[in-house]
Ligand binder design. Structure first.
Ligand code: FAD
Length: 259
């Protein structure tokens, strides 16, 4: 018998009224799972940042007992804008923020088209929020079981995660990974080997099913259900689903697990 850990659901903000209507239905369908948190992505690129605030505000009023967690990225944003947004979340009654560096399009990154007053790492963003808001927010950061692609080494990656905790982050949500052992290695803070994002055996099976969408979907659900079972059996504190605003795969997996 496995212990069912709380579920967190990641959503992205729709950018059309029709998308928003669909998302409202999606939220209703998720409600039987007793969601612990809904997190809302935030585009470091800038185009749909206002939509994040709108969805956060909506969830804050409609998400029943779930915690609403806005993602906040710093790369490409100036400090004044970050402060304004943090005050908005403060006023909304938001308690928890996922503090991230963010990714911007490579062309913009290399052109260094950033405001002068900018923060370029998640650790510095954590420091910035603590400086201005003290303990007002719980801060979550990103962690990488299969190591951040730009990390200079696995050791540096873990050391940097610890630096984010030392700066004031209280917990982390991991990047999705396909390998429970990688998560366990991260948790154990032990040596890890760099591995491909998608294991070879999964890639080969995906290729087999490329003309058979039903089998492809069933295979994906089977792989992720088994991964979640392994993680729950090891008493992970929670499962965070990158839903892409689609309800059905997550619901199916949750039901397989007994939620
Ligand atoms: P950081 O923690 O600042 O750095 C990432 C890595 O760089 C570190 O793990 C470390 O290996 C290395 N590094 C950085 N600084 C140092 C240093 N001084 N010394 C040594 N190593 C260093 N992106 C978005 O744009 N919007 C989102 O909404 C969003 N949501 C996300 C949600 C989750 C759960 C995760 C895991 C990622 C999300 N991302 C999002 C992607 C994220 O912004 C990218 O992965 C980005 O490349 C790194 O962000 P970070 O906060 O991990 O950065």
């Amino acid at each position: 018998m496995i212990n069912l850990a709380p579920i967190g659901i990641e959503l992205f903000p729709p950018n059309t009224p029709a998308g928003f209507t669909t998302l409202q239905q999606t939220l209703q369908q998720f409600s039987p799972l007793k969601i612990r948190h809904y997190s809302v992505t935030y585009g470091a690129g800038g185009s749909v940042q206002a939509n994040t605030q709108q969805l956060v505000n909506y969830l804050q009023h409609h998400a029943q007992h779930a915690t609403v967690v806005p993602h906040l990225t710093c790369v490409g944003a100036d400090k004044k804008g970050l402060l304004t947004l943090l005050h908005t979340y403060d006023d909304m009654g938001i308690d928890t923020i996922l503090t991230l560096r963010g990714d911007v399009p490579a062309a913009r990154y290399f052109a260094q088209v950033f405001p002068e007053s900018t923060i370029t790492t998640a650790k510095d963003l954590v420091v910035f929020v603590r400086q201005h808001f003290g303990e007002r927010f719980n801060l979550i950061v990103a962690a990488y079981p299969e190591i951040h692609p730009k990390a200079i080494s696995a050791k540096a990656d873990i050391a940097y995660l610890k630096a984010k905790a030392d700066a004031g982050a209280g917990s982390a949500i991991t990047q999705y990974c396909y390998n429970a052992d990688a998560y366990f290695r991260l948790v154990d803070d032990l040596q890890r080997l760099q591995c491909d994002e998608i294991p070879r055996w999964i890639l080969l099976r995906l290729q087999d099913y490329q003309d058979d969408p039903a089998s492809l979907k069933a295979f994906g659900i089977e792989v992720v259900s088994q991964l979640c079972e392994q993680l729950l059996a090891a008493s992970v504190p929670g499962l965070h689903f990158y839903t892409m605003n689609r309800v059905e795969p997550t619901l199916t997996i949750a039901r397989h697990l007994g939620y």
